[in-house]
Design a protein around this ligand. Structure first.
Ligand code: ARG
Length: 588
């Protein structure tokens, strides 16, 4: 089942090939600039001209001569320097629409060679509140896992908790200050700790900032946390038992937060999980000369000839014997290799960590832990405030994710009131709708930008029901759903699709572009292509619906055809929303 664009690409590819040129030159895509001239175009004649050493128009003409009689085409013309403009035969639209109508995947096939794809995203730190950077990672990573799964890949997602660093030392020492008599601090005791945690999530949220602010102004206090971290890593039993409690308490709270966001992880592993692998890994690196000694520390040199910027060595073990962020990342690669053997690992982490990942990937390469290109840093930019600088709270602190989501849902509720929407249900339904609209607002606002683009957090714009926003798309889906309900109530059923009106044809053209958008999103590891697509689709539906009455169409055949088009649109809209991690209510 091929899209119209692919069928035409095939036709032109063969034509280029028969002229001794490469098939790829025949790639046909929807016309962006002047779709009213012709819905599709092929620009292959220009590069072909270079290959063949002939004028592009001459090449274009010979391609056109070769395909002019094809039954796939209504017309074909050459424009400008050698653009080939293509108008498909009317039957193409009809056939394609009928195909899509009968397909729950809306024309997107699973890949022939599925890969095992590990996606490392979310990455919250135990005890530290999540901030907007974690939001971007979560929203983007979740959409990517949905897209890769939809394409038929085997995806394993891992939250990769930050649970091994200094913040753990902060928690331990601060708790000790508050409750010095807890058994965990008694060095004599090495087992039989209580199974009930000594803290809850509120305690963690209080202890960490308390300790970290003290440590900022007090070097001795910082040293205490450092020592505790080192003792923890060295295996002090009471501290290990505390760590387990902290992690469990955190995970329980995070599961709730991520559940509310609609974000799922297969694995809830953390940095601390790979600690047992580190000694042998370090020894192996030393034995094989992957790691070198430097000032009492062990490092992996990763600089390469021709580097534009000097890349510092990755510190495997500090002089004090501690493992660092790069060490746990390397051990995690080893762990995943043994447990999952992924073909590809995507790290959805802000671009501020680019050097870190470059170091880790090069070290992994040097140690032979991963095949070339199997580790990829999927970078993203910052969320900024109205001043164009990184988003901060009014008092200059980092924005807590929970507050951010809370304010989006509140604003969504106000918007619904302003627009006179979601009036019919009870308070619960209204709250649920506001939640879906609020989440759609921030998720879509994030995903619609290419990921490395920074954007300004503007709740008013994000929650608007007009323009390229999440709420607009939910509203579009709700409108089609309500049309379907009405049709059912009136006993109208979908039938064979006929494409007559321009708006019907344009809707089919929009529907036809889904597969290319999914492919592009997967290829670039960036769902913005899918955001563009779903917005175009919603607009095309809106124009269709305005111009082509469905339930009051002139005859039954037209009614049934348009209803089928609406149903097909709904299927694809819902697929798109799902791939973006958005959820639409039944009514609004
Ligand atoms: N916990 C880290 C942070 O908050 C992100 C973890 C990213 N993943 C990784 N494998 N390093 O910055």
């Amino acid at each position: 089942m091929a899209s119209i664009a692919d069928q035409l690409s095939n036709l032109l590819g063969s034509a280029f090939e028969s002229h001794g040129l490469s098939r790829e030159l025949g790639r046909v895509s929807p016309s962006k600039k002047n779709p009213e001239l012709a819905p599709f175009q092929c620009n292959g004649a220009m590069p072909a001209a270079k290959q063949a050493g002939k004028p592009p128009r001459e090449i274009a003409q010979s391609i056109v001569d070769a395909i002019a009689d094809s039954e796939l085409l209504a017309s074909v013309e050459i424009a400008g320097p050698g653009f080939i403009n293509l108008t498909p035969a009317p039957a193409m639209y009809q056939n394609r629409a009928r195909e899509l109508a009968g397909d729950a995947r809306s024309g997107v096939a699973r890949v022939d060679e599925p890969q095992k794809v590990m996606i490392d995203f979310g990455g919250p730190n135990v005890a530290k509140p999540m901030h907007v950077g974690h939001l971007r990672s979560s929203v983007l990573g979740d959409s990517l896992q949905r897209i890769f799964r939809f394409l038929g890949h085997e995806v394993v997602s891992d939250i990769h908790l930050g649970d091994w660093g200094l913040q753990m030392g902060h928690l331990i020492t601060e708790l000790k200050e508050e409750q010095p008599d807890l058994v965990y601090f008694d060095a004599e005791v090495t087992e039989g700790y209580p199974s009930e945690p000594p803290v809850d999530i509120e305690d963690l949220a209080r202890l960490y900032p308390q300790a970290s602010s003290k440590a900022k102004s007090d070097e001795a206090r910082l040293e205490l946390s450092r020592e505790a971290t080192a003792e923890l890593q060295a295996g002090r039993a009471g501290y290990r038992a505390l760590l387990r409690h902290f992690i469990n308490v955190s995970i329980a709270a995070l599961k709730q937060d991520f559940g509310n966001l609609g974000v799922h992880f297969d694995l809830w592993k953390g940095e601390s999980d790979v600690d047992p692998l580190i000694p042998a890994m370090v020894q192996d690196f030393k034995d094989r000369g992957v790691a070198e000694e430097s000032d009492g520390a062990w490092v992996v040199r990763v600089a390469r000839e021709g580097d534009k910027k000097e890349l510092a060595p990755l510190i495997l073990v500090t002089r004090g014997g501690a493992a660092l962020y790069g060490t746990t990342d390397l051990a995690t690669i080893l762990d995943r290799k043994q447990a999952e053997a992924p073909d590809l690992t995507l790290y959805v982490v802000d671009l501020g960590q680019s050097d870190h990942f470059e170091q880790v990937f090069r070290a992994a390469d040097k140690a032979g832990l991963a095949a070339d290109g199997a580790l990829e840093h999927v970078k993203f930019g910052t969320v900024n405030g109205p001043d164009g600088k990184r988003l901060r709270t009014r008092d200059g602190g980092t924005f807590r994710l929970a507050d951010l989501i809370g304010s989006a849902i509140t604003r969504a509720g106000e918007r619904l009131d302003e627009a006179g929407l979601a009036k019919d249900g009870d308070a619960d339904e209204k709250a649920a709708t506001a939640r879906m609209v609020g989440l759609a607002a921030i998720k879509f606002a994030d995903l619609q930008n290419y990921r490395t683009t920074n954007y300004i957090f503007d709740l008013d714009r994000f929650t608007s029901f007009e323009g390229k926003t999440g709420p607009y798309l939910l509203y579009a889906a709700v409108r089609v759903k309500s049309l379907m309900r009405k049709a059912e109530a009136e006993g109208v059923t979908a039938g064979d699709i006929l494409v007559h009106a321009d708006e019907e044809r344009d809707l089919v053209l929009a529907l036809d572009a889904f597969g290319a958008a999914v492919d592009q999103a997967a290829e670039n590891r960036a769902p913005n292509a899918l955001c563009d697509h779903v917005f175009t689709l919603a607009q095309a539906f809106s124009k269709f619906y305005a111009a082509c009455p469905v339930l009051i169409a002139e005859d039954e055949q037209t009614q049934a055809s348009r209803l089928a088009l609406a149903q097909t649109t709904l299927t694809q809209l819902e697929l798109c929303l799902d791939l973006l991690g958005l959820e639409a209510p039944e009514r609004m």
